[in-house]
Ligand binder design. Structure first.
Ligand code: NAP
Length: 280
């Protein structure tokens, strides 16, 4: 029987019809700087992950997208394939070991290896104080936001070796400027900064780079509550140099760059895309 990913998407990857052109740092125009590379993006059927998946594919990569809900995967794959992009997808709740295994198996079955892993899936099921948080919620946030990228990467590592690949974790500006309302989420996103540096150190001998995208407030479903919060808006009016919320696409180009050979000597970095400086 075909895995869930195949339902409605027989045909899988197909050559990218529309590749973007980017000027490389060497000044030479190159079509599809990620051509023939394979990218896996978690939490990628909407928001930031979706924009990243689209951009990696526009830059030439074959992309495997995933999220928890089959209908979201089907919709996102269909939309991106209609745009002529090389795309497949499967259901993967990153907190579930069997789903992670299926995601890896799906990518291998259809692509043979993986070059880039982008861990975008993240949750914030509780808005409130750290000390009022139940053990169950602690476990859920840390499992999905912090443990799952490391566990998925360990499963994928044997298939990423010798390919000069790259990993991008997705933290949050809340790691630098914790908001009282975000409690354990702040903690989990700060842990990702440490995970980035630790993995970068561990994987440097294998020529795999690990960096971290640190988004500010980006216009997605995830941030709706924050964007409607008066104290957040007040903070932005006072401190936010660019005076606007970000768009998911604002986060996409930098991830493509971090995957590309132009970033071949960049690892262990946390890069804010926030409309203001993350420096303390
Ligand atoms: P979003 O628009 O709500 O999209 C979330 C995506 O992740 C969806 O595709 C969702 O699809 C999937 N997802 C949710 N839980 C998942 C899980 N356990 N396993 C796998 N997939 C899951 O959110 P977003 O704003 O793009 O956020 C993406 C990442 O950026 C998160 O890690 C978040 O912490 C981070 N971030 C966001 C902002 C912001 O302002 N938006 C700022 C800083 C950092 P399903 O429902 O089908 O699973």
């Amino acid at each position: 029987m075909l895995p869930a990913v195949a339902r409605g998407h027989l045909g899988w990857f197909h050559p990218c019809a529309r590749l973007s052109v980017r000027m490389s740092s060497t000044g030479i125009d190159r079509k599809g700087i990620l051509a023939e590379r394979v990218a896996m993006v978690t939490g990628s059927t909407s928001g930031i992950g979706f924009a990243i998946a689209r951009r990696l594919a526009q830059d030439g990569a074959h992309v495997v997208i995933s999220s928890r809900k089959q209908q979201n995967v089907d919709r996102a794959v269909a939309q991106l394939q209609r745009e002529g992009l090389s795309m497949a997808g499967t259901v993967c709740h990153v907190g579930k070991a069997e789903d992670r295994e299926r995601l890896v198996a799906t990518a291998l079955e259809h692509c043979g290896a993986v070059d880039f892993l982008v861990c975008c899936a993240g949750v914030n099921p509780l808005v409130g104080s750290v000390l009022g948080t139940s053990e169950q919620i602690w476990d859920k946030i840390l499992n999905v936001n912090v443990k799952s990228p490391a566990l998925l990467l360990s499963q994928l590592l044997p298939y990423m070796e010798k390919r000069k690949g790259a990993v991008t974790l997705v933290s949050s500006i809340a790691a630098y400027f914790p908001a009282a309302e975000l409690g354990v989420y702040n903690v989990s996103k700060t842990a990702l900064l440490a995970l980035t540096r630790t993995l970068a150190l561990e994987l440097a001998p294998k020529d795999i780079r690990v960096n971290c995208l640190v988004p500010g407030i980006i216009k997605t479903d995830f941030s709706k509550v924050l964007r409607g919060n008066e104290s957040v808006c007040k903070y932005l009016r006072e401190h936010h140099q660019m005076q606007r919320f970000g768009e998911p696409e604002d986060c996409a180009g930098i991830v493509s760059f971090l995957c590309s050979p132009d970033a071949s000597y960049i690892t262990g970095e946390n890069i804010a895309v926030a409309g203001f400086s993350s420096r303390l």
